[in-house]
Design a protein around this ligand. Structure first.
Ligand code: GTP
Ligand code: ZN
Length: 311
């Protein structure tokens, strides 16, 4: 094809890597890849569907957007058009208190289906931890028990993605996100294990998200350093409905329609607590999230963002 023809051609593709001033586009028709220049902060992210004409890159409407907040309160989009958030947890290291519930709420608020990937099933601490997790979350989210070390049950995860899901792993440092990705995507070779200070810094300055196609079907986004996120996309009204274990009980069961399930009379959630169907610890997590959202809500910067997104 002559260059001139190529430049006039409009082609559809998806952004599979972002390098700051350039993106890599995978074209839908031929499966070819090419690099297209973009302005810094152009707003393109991995997973965006685009129409390419020469050097022009038109981003198409997103059906979902997953954001995280950095330590300074800045908001970054991790990926577009994702449908699954794989929350990786394990017994060694244990996630910080409330991490799992928070990740599930954030995932649902962003329109992604959360799944729990409980890693390191080869460790002796695993069995008891996994029982706990099942007690708290089965019936609410799909749970996988895997080991990146032995490869156990990773086929189940592959089967799940085969249905055509696009997911991203999130989880505290050291849970094995890179190790699992390496197992699922041959030739990936992400470095794993103890991270030295220089490497840590290096990783943060060169953070590059990449979208990988899985051999059997489905896609995974590798987003280095994506360990936690703020609740920028969650509204107070949605919190209880998204909180794992509250979902079914909450709808229309409380005396007051705008019940925040704190100390209101006739509250279905505090009933659950009294019947010991939800642990004190997880209820405390709920209250922490509620307080955090009330604080965010009183911050005009976030309120405005949320109102914008509701339209
Ligand atoms: N025993 C055991 N160790 C594992 C397993 N998966 C990962 N590890 C180990 O756990 C450590 C951390 O694994 P990584 O894959 O680097 O964890 P990560 O979640 O990517 O960590 P960050 O990049 O810091 O966010 C490494 O020493 C791995 O070898 C597992 O299934 N079993
Ligand atoms: Zn209530």
């Amino acid at each position: 094809m002559h260059n001139r023809d190529k430049n006039n051609l409009k082609r559809k593709g998806v952004i599979v890597a972002h390098y700051g001033v350039a993106v890599e586009v995978l074209f839908n028709d031929t499966g070819e890849r090419s690099t297209v220049r973009v302005k810094r902060n152009s707003g393109h992210v991995v997973g965006d569907n685009v129409e390419v004409k020469g050097e022009l890159l038109n981003r198409q409407r997103r059906f979902s957007e997953l954001s995280r907040m950095d330590t300074r309160g800045g908001i970054h989009v991790v990926g577009a058009n994702l449908d699954v958030l794989c929350i990786v947890i394990t017994c060694e290291p244990l996630p910080p208190p409330g991490f799992t519930d928070r990740a599930i709420v954030a995932s649902r608020a962003a329109g992604l289906t959360p799944i729990l990937v409980v890693n390191k099933s080869d460790l002796t601490c695993f069995m008891e931890y996994f029982q706990d997790i099942k007690r708290s979350y089965s019936g609410s989210v799909t749970i996988f028990s895997v080991s990146a070390e032995t490869g156990s049950n990773l086929d189940q995860l592959k089967e799940f993605f085969k249905e055509g899901h696009r997911g991203v792993f999130v989880g505290p440092t050291g849970v094995g996100k890179s190790s699992i990705l390496n197992r699922l995507i041959p030739h990936l070779n992400l470095s794993t294990g103890e991270i030295s200070e220089t490497k840590k810094r290096g990783r943060h300055t060169t953070t590059v998200s990449t979208l990988h196609l899985l051999e059997g079907g489905g896609e995974l986004v590798d987003s280095p350093g994506f360990n936690d996120f703020g609740l920028v996309d969650t509204s107070i009204n949605e919190l209880a409905a998204f909180f794992p274990g509250f979902e079914k009980k909450v709808a229309n069961s409380c005396r007051f329609r705008d019940c925040r399930h704190r100390d209101e009379p006739g509250c279905a959630v505090t009933d659950l607590l009294e019947q010991k169907q939800i642990s004190e610890e997880r209820y405390a997590t709920y209250l922490n999230l509620l307080t955090e959202l009330e604080m965010i809500d009183s911050d005009p910067k976030y309120r405005e963002r949320r109102n914008r997104r509701k339209k």
